[in-house]
Design a protein around this ligand. Structure first.
Ligand code: N2P
Length: 344
């Protein structure tokens, strides 16, 4: 009789691979979007080491994941309009929701949206708005109530614009009365032309850490994401966040698992960890953005819950628009963004 040994070893090695607990988790997230404390606590509790790196735009994240064909990362955090694109391109894998015991904490109004019906591929992480930050020490707040005010020739070389294609072109569209999700070529050209006229006022494009530039005093006003402005405001109350009257843009970023991810067990554990009320509470408090986790919001001190920078009122969201995928118009956005940034 032939020895059963090789078969036995094969089986053993298969079993160890199949059931070995993950030792690492590779996370790729927006900059300044997850407190170190949360990573440390996760590692302490699970023994899983988190390899963490960051990006400052959806486009940078997408390019990386696409080049790697969905391999290399276990968890990334795209905005809704990239969840849509990535899932349609086969770059994401389904999340096993039976492994998520804390899913019920999420605001049901943010679930089951057209970009990912049934949330098969994405679990909301944080959401927020894009408005205007000003330093009231040097800028009169009465004079800045609209996106249009940023074109004032008095602000020569003073503005920060987010280094973010959809945000900047969205502002150009909005100021002309169009939708931030326009797919109309003429409207996009008009937005681009309008934006070329703001360039003399632009000091810097930044999406990595705008607050550092607001706080150091290098820029007195410009665009900002609400959470970033929130932290700046906590450090220096003179820095304020304004909801421009044309309307802010709104977005939601979600945790997704790329198609080639290797550490699936760890990824699911991490998602469920983030969904715990106490952990989601730490995240919203420390990074300043808005939590989709209702149980976490309940735990927040009143002061945080009533802070309009992170938790806007209905009035603040008047004329607000949620950013969605622009489908076939994306190359038009890319063309004008490139032209705006490089002048060609
Ligand atoms: C934080 C990035 C905010 C996310 N640095 C914008 N979707």
């Amino acid at each position: 009789m032939r020895s059963m040994k090789p078969l036995f070893f094969l089986l053993c090695s298969w079993l160890t691979t199949a059931f070995a607990a993950d030792e690492t988790l590779v996370v790729y997230n927006w900059s300044e979007y997850l407190p170190k404390q949360v990573i440390n606590q996760f590692t302490k509790e699970t023994g899983i080491t988190v390899k963490y790196s960051t990006y400052d735009s959806n486009e940078a994240m997408y390019a990386k994941v696409k080049t790697l064909n969905g391999k290399g990362y276990d968890l990334v955090v795209p905005s809704t309009y990239y969840v849509d694109r990535m899932r349609r391109e086969g770059l994401l894998q389904k999340i096993d929701k039976t492994r998520l015991s804390n899913l019920g904490n999420l605001n049901p109004r943010l679930l089951n949206q057209p970009y990912d019906p049934n949330n098969d591929y994405s679990i909301p992480y944080l959401w927020g708005t894009t408005g205007i930050a000003i330093n009231t020490k040097t800028v009169d707040p009465q004079k800045v109530t609209a996106w249009a005010d940023l074109w004032d020739p008095g602000y020569k070389k003073k503005l920060l614009l987010l280094n973010d294609m959809r945000e900047v072109l969205g502002m150009g569209l909005k100021v002309l009365g169009y939708s931030v999700n326009s797919t109309n070529e003429d409207q996009l050209r008009a937005a681009y032309e309008k934006l070329t006229r703001i360039l003399p006022n632009v000091r810097v494009f930044n999406a990595e850490s705008p607050k550092s530039l607001y706080l150091s005093g290098e820029v007195p006003l410009g665009m900002d994401w609400n959470g970033d402005a929130n932290l700046a405001n906590q450090e220096n109350p003179k820095i304020q966040y304004i909801y421009p009257k044309e309307g802010v843009s709104m977005w939601l970023d979600s945790m997704v698992i790329p198609s080639g991810a290797e550490h699936l067990e760890a990824a699911h554990k991490f998602i469920d960890f983030v969904l715990r009320p106490e952990i989601a509470k730490i995240i919203t408090e420390k990074v300043g953005y808005t939590s989709p986790n209702l149980a976490a919001i309940e735990l927040l001190p009143e002061k945080v819950r009533n802070n309009r920078i992170a938790y806007p009122t209905e009035e603040d969201l008047k004329n607000a628009e949620f950013q969605i995928d622009v489908g076939k118009a994306l190359p038009i956005y890319e063309k004008y963004w490139q032209q705006l940034k490089t002048g060609k």
